[in-house]
Design a protein around this ligand. Structure first.
Ligand code: 13P
Ligand code: SF4
Length: 304
């Protein structure tokens, strides 16, 4: 713990020297969430990355989040504590496959979950996150949509639209592990608890939700709700903020396997080193970044 305090001091010092801002996702380790200048879900983080006046953005999340920040701010330095923090779901779609699908459906527009690589975004009309996906699909000027890469979120939003959705077969390893049996077991154990769930979970699991939403959506719902006990169907990192917001409420995690190993790769030591050495930096080839930027700018016009 003492070591952590030292690291935190070093980070605060370096942050000033570099004029840096620290953005962190709710799935990061608690000690990182504690020192973040801004803590958020994918949408909030993209908004902050777009708005910041700092010279350096340190993105504590996974690679595609840092990439998105860099695409929105080509002239800023974007650091990530560990380059190996990727997102397996983002890696499930590639440009070749997407181009093939576009050729097969020439009238369709591509909507990509923000969990995609920069080169996929370069082939995308509009990005979305779990918090504004419904609004994006509803308002987009197309009747046919190619949706990549999350089949679970795709299925969830397809219930709210008459538009034709061609859905890619990707999924989040972490959320897709949760089963209805896991949820039933906990519902039996805690009959008064409400079930709050992220739409990256399987359709049959999402269907059991008393509330379905992004991480920020889930946090706000639990904070503002009159209920005081919840079964939580998302990554375990949200526990930190849930208990900060509502110290007297009870939170049960639907599965002990709901941990994203990629999100946990970052730690305070790597964060301090990144600020010290100004490495590793996110690099996006300018041609790709220029082609991808419009998809993110469009996304930011659709409120969560
Ligand atoms: P949100 O932050 O939009 O809820 O997405 C969750 C996630 O899995 C990010 O990788
Ligand atoms: Fe990717 Fe899932 Fe981890 Fe989010 S929680 S970074 S979607 S693997």
């Amino acid at each position: 713990a003492e070591r952590n305090e030292e690291l935190k001091e070093r980070i605060a010092q370096l942050k000033k020297e570099r004029n840096a801002v620290i953005l962190a996702h709710y799935y990061q380790r608690p000690e990182i969430q504690e020192i973040a200048d801004y803590l958020g879900d994918s949408f909030g983080l993209a908004q902050q990355a777009r708005a910041t006046e700092a010279d350096v953005i340190v993105f504590c999340g996974v690679h595609f989040m840092g990439e998105s920040a860099k695409i929105l701010n080509p002239d800023k330095v974007v650091l990530i504590p560990d380059e190996r923090a990727g997102c397996p779901m983002a890696d499930m779609v590639n440009v070749e496959g997407l181009k093939k699908l576009k050729a097969e459906h020439p009238n369709a527009k591509v909507v990509s979950y923000i969990n995609t690589s920069a080169d996929v975004k370069a082939e995308t009309y509009v990005c979305c996150t779990s918090s504004n996906a419904k609004a994006v699909i509803e308002n987009i000027d197309a009747e046919e949509i190619i949706w990549v890469p999350d089949k679970n979120l795709g299925h969830y939003v397809s219930q709210f639209t008459d538009k034709k959705m061609i859905i890619w077969e990707g999924y989040c390893n972490t959320h897709d592990q949760l089963t209805v049996e896991d949820v039933y077991r906990l519902k039996e154990q805690y009959p008064n608890a409400q079930f709050v769930v992220h739409p990256e979970c399987r359709p049959e699991v999402v269907e059991l939700g008393d509330f379905v939403g992004s991480t920020t959506g889930i946090l706000n719902y639990c904070r503002d709700s009159d209920h005081d006990e919840f079964i939580v169907g998302t990554e375990d990192g949200v526990h930190y903020r849930l208990t900060q917001d509502s110290p007297n409420k009870k939170f049960h995690f639907a599965s002990k396997y709901m941990v994203c190993p990629n999100m946990k790769v970052n730690n305070l030591k790597k964060l301090a080193n990144a600020l010290e050495t100004m490495q590793p930096q996110i690099y996006v080839p300018p041609k790709i970044a220029d082609a991808a930027r419009a998809s993110l700018e469009r996304m930011l016009q659709f409120q969560a």
